[in-house]
Design a protein around this ligand. Structure first.
Ligand SMILES: [Zn+2]
Length: 319
């Protein structure tokens, strides 16, 4: 696997690379909606709802009009989860594959499948381009019409492997049938940006640089010093000689529009104001205005605060 091109398309549909062919690549949410509604980001409900992956259109169908496109692993990796009870998820049948790219654990997710490849096992290694499933239309939340049959494809960081325990305390009474492989624990990056950047003939793509250079939506301080993300993504943790000398009392963390923690700065007690467990340090108002759909922060009486969704994100991150 080349370090420059970590990810491939998960199906034979490569229309993303042909300027003007986006409508042949993305499945919009309805025939009268633009192709962008099938792309990543604040593209749903007038920008108020996130779509965390790409909806990639089918290319082939059987006699009944059902999609038959093979779905392929986007990179070398290991199958870590699949759900084959479509009634248990809005993803329907889905597979999660773990990859290590530039030392980082990245998780690809393929949803709405009709079937997983017979015999495929959790823990099995797969190669980039290897067929792992067949496209379908499964979901417990939406009816996917035949003409917009697609694979929903995500590229994620994993927030916390103690997700299941956290979810019990944070969402009592709610079901979690998928352990740590619940979509709420997988924070998506924009696969379109990644695939296009990799495709740049100038080369030089680095996923680590891509993540480090996310646009900051807000910056938080967490009074926590030992949480799994620090060990999982040490390459995102900066050096601070004051904290090294005096001891780390917490972390200043930059979050992007989707709550992905992409820069973590250790802080010493002498550098921290106040004693709150979580503090909102700043908001990038232009980014919040452009991409508000995760509703991480909210303005009350002219003051920015962490909204419930923002609090949930930092609680899960530091649990
Ligand atoms: Zn989707």
């Amino acid at each position: 696997m080349s370090a420059q091109q970590p990810f491939q398309f998960p199906t034979a549909n490569h229309n993303l690379f042909i300027v003007g062919n986006e409508p042949k690549f993305f499945a919009p949410t309805a025939p009268d909606k633009p192709w962008t509604s099938g792309s990543f980001g604040c593209v749903r409900n007038d920008g108020q709802r996130l779509h965390e992956g790409l909806d990639i259109l089918h290319l082939q169908t059987d006699k009944r009009g059902e999609p038959t496109d093979p779905v392929m692993a986007a990179a070398d990796g290991m199958v870590v989860y699949f759900n084959m009870k479509p009634s248990l998820s809005n993803y329907g049948n889905y597979i999660v594959v773990r990859h290590v790219v530039e030392g980082m654990e990245i998780y690809s997710l393929y949803a709405h499948l009709s079937a997983v490849r017979p015999g495929l096992k959790i823990g099995e290694s797969v190669k980039a381009g290897e067929a792992i499933a067949t496209m379908g239309r499964t979901s417990n939340a939406e009816v996917i019409a035949k003409d917009r049959a697609h694979v929903h494809f995500e590229l994620n960081v994993l927030v916390n492997d103690k997700f299941a325990a956290w979810f019990k305390t944070a969402s009592p009474g709610e079901r979690n049938d998928h352990g740590e492989w619940n979509g709420q624990n997988l924070n998506g990056l924009d696969p379109r940006e990644i695939l296009l950047a990799e495709h740049n003939p100038k080369g030089g793509f680095s996923l680590l640089n891509f993540i480090r250079n996310q646009t900051e939506l807000c910056r938080v301080f967490v009074r926590a010093t030992n949480f799994p993300y620090l060990k999982r993504y040490p390459m995102l943790v900066l050096k601070n000689t004051i904290a090294e000398k005096q001891g780390v009392a917490g972390y200043e963390i930059a979050l992007n529009l989707n709550g992905v923690a992409f820069v973590l700065m250790p802080r010493a007690e002498s550098e921290i104001k106040g004693s709150a467990k979580f503090q909102l340090l700043s908001v990038n108002e232009s980014e919040e205005k452009a991409n508000p759909c995760r509703h991480l922060v909210v303005q009350r009486n002219g003051q920015w605060q962490l909204a419930n969704e923002g609090l949930r994100e930092v609680e899960l991150l530091t649990y």
